[in-house]
Design a protein around this ligand. Structure first.
Ligand code: H79
Length: 845
C-alpha cells in the first residue's frame, strides 16, 4: 500500500479513535513527497541528541552506588521499585536549565537539529503530559515543560526539533515493557498501556508543540499489530515528519539507525544516522569522565558524512540543568572547525571511495560541475594524495578554510593532489577540488588508462591463444617461449635492470624505496649474525603439526633472500657470503622433507631459496661451483619429486605455491621442461591452482569462501609465477583476459571493506564447497599488491583501483612495529614499486 493511501486511512482511524490496520510503507517506495521531506535532513548531517531525565539528579548513582552501564538505565540496573524511583522527581529542580543557551550552543557547534528524550524507558515524561502524571510539570518542583522550551528555542534559532519516545519499554506503567523487578506492579495488558499512555503522549507531542521534524522511536519490542499500526499512524499528525527505523521490524521508517558505532559498510541507497554519546553514558553519569576528544568527534563527523550518513551526537544535562564544561568545550571546538569547513559537510554526499589511510572525501554535485572535498587527517610522507580512477579535469583546488590555492593534476591513476608542507589544520584540513562536469570515477578493473597499443598488441598472440567459453575456457599454448630458448639471468622474480633501478632509488633516497630499504636492512633476517638451522629430515604435518624443522626452513629461506637482496643492492659482499652460507647449509644437510604438508612447504618457502640462489649465482663470483651443484641436486632430487604432480584436489594455494617454486627452479636449473611444466599447469592444470580454476571471471577465488589469508596466499603465489614467466618472455598475467588482475581487484576490494558478489561453487572433484564469502582475516592485507599493480598499471596502463588502494595501505604500514609481515612488505615495496614500463620488457623483447 502506498503512503498516500495510508494517510487517508489513518486520518479516519485517528478520528474514529480506532486501531485500524494499515500496512507499513517500505523505504523503497519512494515518492516525490518523501524526497522533499528528507531533503533538509540529508543536507543537515549533524544533530544534537539530548538525554535528560530524573536519573540526572543522582548522576546515575543509586544509594551512593555507581551502577553499571548508561545512567538512563539506572532504574533497571538498580532494580528500583516504582514507588521509590518516583521520589526522585521531587528532587528534580534543574534551575540552571536554559533552553536558549543549549540550542545556541548546538547551533554554534554546527548542529542543524535536536532530538530530545520526551520519555525514556523509565516512563518519566519531560513535558506536561496529560496521560501521565509522573511528568516534569506535575511531579517536580521545577514545573517547567522542557519540550516546550526546547521547541521554542529551536524555532527561534532555526534548528529542526525532534523527539525521542520509548514507545515499548516503560518501566513505570503497569502495562509497559521491561520492568521485571517490581512485583508490586498490578499488571495490565500492553494494549492498555499503548491506549492509555504511549499513544496519547505521542499524539500530544505531535499536536501541541508546533512543528516537530523527527520522531525517534527506540528499542522495538513485540507489540500487537494494532498497537504498532496506531503508533505508526501518528506520523501523519505532522506534515513532513521523519521517523527512524525503531518502531518495529515491519516498520522500516525513513532512516536506519546505528548506535554508538560507525559502520564500516554503510547501507547504500538508504538514509542512515549514527547516534553516539559524547562520553560513555547517554544520560548524565557522575562517574563518566570518558569524553571523546574533540579531534575524534570532528573526525567521526567527517567519517560518517563521507560514508553518506548523519551524526547525532548526544549530550547529557546534569541535575542542575547545565552541561559539563567538558561537553561545552568540545562542542565549541567542533564549531570552530565547522566555521571554516562546514561547506564540506552540509549538503554533501558520500565519497565514491572508501576510507583512505590519510582521510576521507565528501562530494557535492552542482550546476557548475562537481566538488570533491578532500578531508586530510594526516599528511602522507610523500606529500601527495591520489584520488584513484577520478577522470574529471580539475578546474581549481584550494584549501577550504583559507582559500589558498594548492596544486592538483590529472595523472594516469586518477587525480593527484600535492599538499602544502604543513597541513594548516592538524585535526582535519579540507581541500576543495572543483571539477569539470559530472563525477567520473571508473573503478572497473582492467579498463585502459594509457594508450598501450604498443604493449598489448606486441604482447598478444605470440605466446598463447585463448579459446573456449564459460568458466574454464581452454587455453592452448602455441609457442614457448619467445625466441632464443635461453633463459634470462638473473631472471627469477627480479632482473639486473631491476637491481640497477632500485639501487638508484636508494642512492637518491627516493620514496618509498628508501624507507623500504631501511626496514629491510635493519630486519633480523638481514643480520650478519643470522645462523642457519638446517636439518636432515624435515617434517611438516597438517597445518604445520608436527613442525620438525619446517619453521626453520621457512625462516632461513627468507633470510637467504634478504641477504641476497642486501648484497645486490648495497654491494656489501658479506651479505652474499651469508646468503650462500644459508643455501649451502641446507643443501649439504637436507635429506628428506616428509609428512602431509611437505610439498606445501617446498611450494611456499622453496621459492625464496631459489630467488636467493639465482641472485647469488648470477651476481657474485664467490659461490663455489661445487656448492652450486649440491644446491641444484637438492632441488632436483628432494624438492622436485615432492611438487612435480602438484595437489589438484587441495585448496588452490597448494598448487599455486608449487607453481611459483617450480617455475623458479626451471629458470635456475636452466631446465626448459620443468619451466614449461609450470607454465602448462598454470594455464591448463586440472587442479584448483590453475588460473581459471583458482580465479573466476568475477574475480572470486576458489578460497574466497574459506578465508582471506589463504585466498591472498594463492593469489600471491600465482603472481610470483606470472612475474618470473614475464621476465622469461611468457605473459601469464594476461591469461584469460587478465584473470589474475580480476582476482586481485576482487580480493582487494573485499578486504578494503567493500561488498563483492559471491557465488558458491564446488572445487575440483568437489572437495570444497564454500557457501558464502568468508570474512575470516578480512582486512589483513598480505604484502603482494605492488608487483601486480606494477604489472597491470605501470607496464600495461590498466586500471586497478582496489589493488592501488591496497598498495597505499601497505605502504602506510611499512615499518609499523608489530607487523608480522614487515620484511616481506619491505621487499614487495622495494622491489616492485613504481617501475618504469620498459624496465622488465617481458614478451616484447
Ligand atoms: O537511549 C539510549 C539507550 O538507553 C537506548 N538507546 C539509546 C539511544 C538503548 N536501550 N537499550 N539499548 C539501547 C540497547 C540495550 C542494551 C542492553 Fe543493557 C545491554 C540492555 C541490556 C544489556 C546495558 C546494560 C544497557 C542496559 C543494561
Amino acid at each position: 500500500m502506498r503512503r498516500l493511501d495510508v494517510r487517508k486511512m489513518t486520518c479516519l482511524a485517528l478520528c474514529a479513535g480506532l486501531l485500524l490496520g494499515a500496512t507499513a510503507v517500505g523505504a523503497s517506495e519512494i515518492l516525490p513527497e518523501r524526497e522533499a521531506t528528507m531533503s533538509w535532513w540529508r543536507s543537515a548531517k549533524f544533530g544534537m541528541f539530548i538525554h535528560w531525565g530524573i536519573y540526572a539528579v543522582t548522576g546515575g548513582e543509586y544509594k551512593g552506588q555507581t551502577l553499571p552501564n548508561s545512567a538512563e538505565w539506572m532504574m533497571n540496573r538498580g532494580k528500583i521499585p516504582v514507588a521509590e524511583y518516583e521520589r526522585l522527581a521531587a528532587q528534580f529542580n534543574p534551575v540552571g536549565f536554559d533552553a536558549d543557551a543549549l540550542v545556541s550552543l548546538a547551533k554554534e557547534a554546527g548542529m542543524r537539529y535536536i532530538v530530545f528524550t520526551a520519555k525514556h524507558h523509565d516512563g518519566f515524561s519531560m513535558f506536561a503530559s496529560r496521560a501521565n502524571r509522573f511528568n516534569v510539570v506535575e511531579a517536580t518542583p521545577f514545573k517547567r515543560d522542557m519540550v516546550r522550551e526546547l521547541a521554542e528555542a529551536c524555532r527561534q534559532h532555526g534548528l529542526r526539533f525532534g523527539l525521542y519516545d520509548s514507545q515499548a519499554q516503560d518501566w513505570y506503567h503497569p502495562g509497559g515493557i521491561g520492568n521485571t523487578w517490581d512485583r508490586t506492579l498490578k499488571r495490565v495488558s500492553r494494549d492498555v498501556y499503548v491506549r492509555e499512555k504511549a499513544l496519547p503522549e505521542v499524539r500530544q507531542l505531535l499536536t501541541e508543540y508546533g512543528p516537530i521534524s523527527i520522531l525517534w522511536w527506540d528499542t522495538p519490542r513485540q507489540m500487537s499489530k494494532e498497537a504498532l499500526d496506531a503508533l505508526y499512524a501518528t506520523r501523519f499528525l505532522q506534515p513532513g515528519l521523519i521517523i527512524n527505523d525503531r518502531l518495529g521490524k515491519d516498520y522500516p521508517g525513513d532512516f536506519q539507525t546505528f548506535e554508538r558505532k560507525i559502520p564500516d559498510n554503510p547501507p547504500e541507497g538508504v538514509d542512515w544516522e549514527v547516534c553516539m554519546p559524547i562520553s560513555d553514558s547517554w544520560g548524565y553519569k557522575k562517574s563518566d569522565t570518558h569524553f571523546k576528544s574533540s579531534d575524534q568527534l570532528i573526525r567521526n563527523l567527517v567519517d560518517i558524512v563521507s560514508k553518506g550518513g548523519n551524526y547525532l551526537l548526544n549530550v547529557s544535562p546534569t541535575g542542575d540543568g547545565t552541561l559539563l564544561p567538558q561537553a561545552v568545550d568540545r562542542l565549541r571546538a567542533i564549531g570552530n572547525w565547522m566555521k571554516g569547513n562546514s561547506e564540506a559537510i552540509y549538503g554533501t554526499k558520500a565519497s565514491p571511495w572508501r576510507p583512505f589511510p590519510w582521510g576521507r572525501c565528501t562530494r557535492k554535485d552542482t550546476a557548475q560541475g562537481t566538488i570533491i572535498y578532500v578531508h586530510l587527517f594526516e599528511r602522507p610522507d610523500d606529500g601527495r594524495v591520489l584520488l584513484p580512477a577520478l577522470k574529471n579535469t580539475v578546474r581549481e583546488a584550494r584549501l577550504s578554510d583559507t582559500g589558498e590555492s594548492v596544486s592538483a593534476r590529472r595523472v594516469a591513476a586518477g587525480v593527484e593532489v600535492l599538499l602544502p608542507a604543513q597541513l594548516p589544520d592538524t585535526v582535519v584540513t579540507v581541500i576543495r577540488l572543483d571539477l569539470e562536469g559530472s563525477l567520473q570515477v571508473n573503478m572497473d578493473a582492467g579498463s585502459s588508462v594509457i594508450d598501450t597499443k604498443r604493449r598489448t598488441e606486441e604482447a598478444g598472440g605470440n605466446v598463447f591463444r585463448v579459446v573456449g567459453q564459460g568458466r574454464s575456457p581452454a587455453i592452448y599454448l602455441t609457442s614457448l617461449p619467445g625466441n632464443s630458448g635461453k633463459f634470462v639471468h638473473p631472471g627469477v622474480a627480479h632482473t639486473a635492470a631491476t637491481f640497477a633501478f632500485v639501487r638508484e632509488r636508494i642512492a637518491a633516497h627516493d620514496q618509498p624505496w628508501w624507507d623500504a630499504w631501511n626496514v629491510l636492512r635493519s630486519s633480523p633476517e638481514a643480520s650478519l649474525s643470522w645462523e642457519p638451522r638446517p636439518r636432515a629430515h624435515v617434517e611438516r604435518g597438517p597445518s604445520n603439526h608436527p613442525d620438525i624443522g619446517s619453521s626453520e626452513f621457512t625462516a632461513d629461506g627468507l633470510a637467504a633472500y634478504v641477504h641476497a637482496l642486501c648484497w645486490v643492492l648495497s654491494g656489501e659482499e658479506a651479505h652474499a657470503r651469508k646468503a650462500a652460507e644459508i643455501l649451502h647449509a641446507w643443501a649439504s644437510t637436507l635429506e628428506s622433507i616428509s609428512n602431509h604438508d611437505a610439498r606445501l612447504l617446498v611450494g611456499m618457502s622453496g621459492y625464496q631459496y631459489v630467488v636467493a640462489a639465482e641472485i647469488v649465482k648470477h651476481t657474485w663470483n664467490g659461490w663455489p661451483a661445487e656448492q652450486q651443484k649440491e644446491f641444484a641436486r637438492m632441488l632436483r632430487e628432494i624438492w622436485y619429486p615432492l611438487i612435480k604432480d602438484f595437489y589438484p584436489t587441495a585448496n588452490g594455494n597448494w598448487d599455486a605455491s608449487m607453481l611459483q617454486t617450480m617455475i623458479a627452479m626451471g629458470v635456475f636449473l636452466d631446465d626448459r621442461a620443468m619451466f614449461e611444466r609450470a607454465v602448462e599447469y598454470f594455464l591448463h592444470g586440472e587442479g584448483n591452482g590453475a588460473i581459471g580454476n583458482y580465479i573466476w571471471p568475477s574475480g572470486q577465488a576458489q578460497e574466497s569462501g574459506r578465508d582471506q589469508a589463504h585466498t591472498q596466499m594463492g593469489l600471491d603465489f600465482l603472481a610470483a609465477t606470472c612475474e618470473t614467466a614475464w621476465i622469461q618472455g611468457i605473459d601469464l598475467y594476461k591469461a584469460l583476459d587478465n584473470r589474475l588482475l580480476k582476482g586481485f581487484e576482487y580480493t582487494a576490494r573485499y578486504n578494503l571493506g567493500y561488498d563483492v558478489p559471491y557465488e558458491p561453487f564446488r572445487s575440483y572433484r568437489g572437495r570444497y564447497y564454500y557457501q558464502s564469502i568468508s570474512s575470516i582475516a578480512r582486512g589483513r592485507l598480505r604484502p603482494m599488491y605492488e608487483r601486480v599493480y606494477n604489472h597491470y598499471h605501470n607496464r600495461r596502463g590498466l586500471e586497478a583501483p582496489y589493488t592501488w588502494m591496497a598498495v597505499q595501505q601497505l605502504r602506510a604500514r611499512l615499518g609499523h612495529r608489530g607487523d608480522r609481515s614487515a620484511v616481506t612488505n619491505a621487499i614487495e615495496i622495494l622491489m616492485y614499486a613504481d617501475q618504469p614500463a620498459e624496465l622488465v620488457p617481458g614478451p616484447t623483447r
